[in-house]
Design a protein around this ligand. Sequence first.
Ligand code: FES
Length: 176
Amino acid sequence: MSPVSKEVEISKYNLDQEKLKKLEEYIDGLEVKEGELINILHEAQDIFGYLPEELQLFISRKLGISAAKVFGVVTFYSFFTMEPKGKHVISVCMGTACFVKGADKILNEFRKLLNIKEGSSTEDGMFTIDTLRCVGACGLAPVVIVDGKVFGRVKVEDVQNIIKQYSTEDALVGSK
Ligand code: FES
């Protein structure tokens, strides 16, 4: 079997060293084949929250493959992001059932109130808006998921309250 991964000096990277170590351990534990790249990128995104260029460079050196190849995969799949995510991730389901029930209007309201487009984050790093394909809760359409919590039968008027709820929770935690 070919060597699993290359020796790379992680201190050279201007990235969180603890996180980088965790990723390195994960990679070292694999019998790396090219087909594992997607899994490694998933793991890296789970650990770091996003895939900045330097992290992609680290992965390419560690696997002994070109940075262009890693970049190509990251930009090809929409579930990979090169932008840091906000503290709260708002995902609007755009599957057919949700769309029919007005998911686009819900999405527009989030966009308008937070002043960002889907795939991006507010300047204060509080919120990110994302879209999803059917999440399997069509009976609750239209569905919005915030940090893994499902909101069903969401109306345009609810959007402001959802945002407020998460802004207020942070204010309460901050004042404790
Ligand atoms: S289409 Fe949104 S949950 Fe199925």
